[in-house]
Design a protein around this ligand. Structure first.
Ligand code: ADE
Length: 232
């Protein structure tokens, strides 16, 4: 997979891809990430990428020309599965969407700033609009980082233990069961006996029961979805 991220603040995103799983995914050649500085496509002498809002009102708007020039330049080099705009009024990201995007070949991700982007960019270029939740961030960079992390870790071969993504919370509409590591006894607080039993079947059963009770308690909305899926 290749991902181009268009941003006015490449430094804000950079370090995300320089550690741990995302770093290894790139080293293994499973994904390449290119941070594209939007200011390089500015058309004015002062490299402005934003301007006043037509009709008045507070806040600046990202201009169409730098973004259009940038997208067109990238599109002349490869064909994109999706051109994504990170925005609080987009479709809320979930695990199912991350799964779908993880099989894409080429993704372009546009980070917004200020009051937003000129609406014509959305009409002319954007194929998907994604929000990471019902709150407003100062810019799309953190949202793009969250989106890319959720997608890249699902590319086959990225996680060492292939099964570990399958047991993530949300992967089957259930939250994950609790996990423990040594010591087995911390000041009288014991790890559940079943986990020390070595009995794979019992452990699996216990984990499923825990996942279900945790989901029932914390996310009844997910529980209803899980039960709906079971009955299908
Ligand atoms: N940009 C600002 N807030 C955002 C959000 N919640 N999701 C995606 N992009 C954003």
């Amino acid at each position: 997979m290749h991902i181009d991220i268009i941003t006015v603040l490449p430094e804000l995103i950079q370090s995300n891809f320089e550690h741990s799983i995302l770093k290894r995914a790139q080293q293994k050649g499973l994904v390449s990430v290119n941070l594209v500085g939007l200011r390089n496509y500015a058309v004015s002498k002062h490299k402005n990428v934003d301007d006043y809002c037509y009709g008045g009102g507070a806040g600046m708007v990202m201009m169409i020309e730098p973004i259009a020039n940038c997208i067109n330049d990238l599109r002349s080099k490869r064909k994109y599965d999706e051109i994504i705009y990170m925005t609080p009024d987009g479709e809320t990201l979930n695990q199912k969407m991350a799964n779908t995007f993880s099989s894409a070949q080429n993704l372009m991700v546009l980070c917004g700033h200020y009051k937003g982007i000129d609406e014509r960019i959305r009409e002319l270029f954007i194929t998907k609009e994604i929000s990471i939740g019902d709150y407003v961030l100062s810019g799309g960079e953190l949202a793009a980082s969250v989106f890319c992390d959720s997608v890249i870790r699902l590319i086959p071969g990225v996680l060492n233990d292939e099964t570990s993504a399958l047991t993530d919370s949300f992967q089957d509409d259930l939250l994950s069961p609790p996990v423990y590591t040594r010591p087995a006894n911390y000041m009288g607080h014991q790890v559940p006996d079943v986990l020390l039993s070595g009995h794979a079947g019992e452990i699996e059963k216990w984990r499923m029961e825990q996942a279900i009770s945790r989901t029932k308690q914390r996310r009844p909305d997910l529980m209803a979805k899980f039960q709906g899926g079971e009955n299908n």
